[in-house]
Design a protein around this ligand. Structure first.
Ligand code: PLP
Length: 433
């Protein structure tokens, strides 16, 4: 038997791709199945990255594959030249689960960044105001508009100035590294006070169109905020007629243990942006807005050729059915609580696991070198490499990549969670300076 030339794809990729195309793991994957990825030699990896979030129903869920195959044989593309059934059905299904009031309307696009751009444009149009408020550490995408709101890593903004003007930043409540102390409430109140200071000193609220917030900080470090923070933002927005935009691109569709992470706070945004898990990995995103806001758009004022592609919409319909019928939101609560409590027990043995935090199956483990909480990205690299050598793929996040982020598919079973914990504990034990 001829063995595959391992490393061949990697060599070609390194030759052809601009280096911005950064690949985390030197693994050549041939196929995916449920929580597993299988490489060219037949090695199976438990995928705790979900490809940065989209494969929430697992790799190649049979119902998603069937929906895609069926739709591909009927209609692949029309754009907005005519109506087609999958896009209308997908709109209906997504609006039925979206936690947003005001008889909302939807606009489909392809990627998360695009949906954020659309929210920037629509909120300016709807309010007639120029400015935005975003939170330090947040990630909203890497196109120029979305990048203007993104501060999770300086790297993304390097050499991109000037960005969209009129964006002002306040701190995101990050109790583990908060200038307001580790008490989550004090941290939330401190961050809200900073927003008010922005209003007082820098940008009068009547100039602010929208506040953009991730209901759980994603790429910035997997930080669930105290719910009083999101409630406080809603109050500030109401007081000043500012639109609240929830970026649920990463936290949506059950990942946090609710359909949308903002539901934990019991508040409704005015605009919500979604992508990633929406179509189990087919490129599809959307903006959802209260009707009176969405209606400000003139026909054709915004759009994109591939937005609402019929195959992606068929995949979205299957995805929503799977989440509901297989109880994936409930499973995120159950497996998330199990992983969190086991990881916190492990933390007692290993002080380098400085903070273990999460909501649902969105869990961050922040590694520190000492009691001063000096970030320890090298330890994260070692843990990730050791886990890979033992058959588990992980991703990092945080400004210095000092956080291991766990975002497995929501079909994760207890046995698979236990298997992961065993390997993760071994990997942590092997970390050396
Ligand atoms: N918003 C959030 C919260 C994200 O996590 C991401 C991607 O990771 C984006 C926006 C950008 O999405 P995309 O990569 O599809 O452009």
């Amino acid at each position: 038997m001829r063995l595959p030339d391992m490393g061949a794809w990697r060599k070609l990729a390194e030759r052809y791709f601009a280096p911005a195309w950064k690949v985390d793991h030197p693994v050549e994957v041939e196929c995916g199945e449920g929580v597993h990825l299988v490489d060219r030699q037949g090695n199976r990896y438990v995928d705790f990255t979900s490809g940065y979030g989209p494969t929430l129903t697992g790799h190649c869920h049979p119902r998603v594959v069937k929906a895609i195959r069926h739709q591909a044989g009927r209609l692949i593309h029309t754009a907005t030249t005519v109506y087609n059934e999958p896009v209308v059905r997908a709109a209906e299904a997504v609006l039925a689960v979206a936690s947003i009031g005001g008889d909302p309307m939807i606009h489909f696009m392809n990627s998360g960044a695009e949906a954020v751009e659309a929210a920037m444009k629509l909120s300016r149009l709807a309010t007639g105001r120029p400015a935005f408020i975003a939170f330090r550490g947040a990630f909203h995408g890497r196109t120029l508009g979305a990048l203007s709101l993104t501060t999770s890593k300086g790297l993304y903004r390097d050499c991109c100035e000037p960005l969209v003007p009129g964006v002002y930043f306040a701190p995101y409540p990050y109790p583990f590294r908060s200038p307001f102390g580790q008490d989550p409430e004090a941290c939330a109140q401190g961050c809200l006070a900073e927003v008010e200071l922005l209003f007082e000193h820098i940008v009068p609220p009547r100039q602010v169109a929208a506040m953009f917030v991730e209901p759980v900080l994603g790429e910035g470090g997997y930080v669930p905020p105290p719910i009083s923070f999101l409630q406080g933002l809603r109050r500030l927005c109401d007081a000043h007629d500012i639109l609240l935009v929830a970026d649920e691109v990463q936290s949506g569709f059950g990942r946090s243990g609710r359909w949308f992470a903002i539901e934990h706070a019991g508040v409704e945004p005015d605009i919500m942006v979604i992508a990633k898990a929406l179509a189990s990995g087919m490129p599809l995103s959307a903006l959802i807005a209260r009707r009176e806001i969405a209606q400000k758009w003139s026909p054709g004022a915004h759009g994109t050729t591939y937005g609402g592609n019929p195959i992606a919409c068929a995949a979205a319909l299957a995805t929503l059915d799977i989440i509901r019928e297989e109880g994936l939101v409930e499973n995120a609560v159950e497996q998330g609580a199990f992983l969190l409590s086991e990881l916190r027990a492990l933390q007692q043995e290993y002080p380098m696991m400085g903070d273990v935090r999460g909501r649902g199956l969105m869990i961050g483990i922040e590694f520190v070198q000492d009691e001063q909480k000096t970030p320890w990205p090298e330890a994260v690299q070692q843990v990730v490499a050791e886990c890979r050598a033992r058959g588990v793929l992980l991703a990092a996040c945080g400004p210095r990549s000092q956080v291991v982020r766990l975002l497995p598919p929501l079909i994760l079973t207890r046995e698979q969670a236990e298997y992961f914990l065993e390997i993760f504990a071994d990997a942590v034990a092997s970390v050396t300076r």
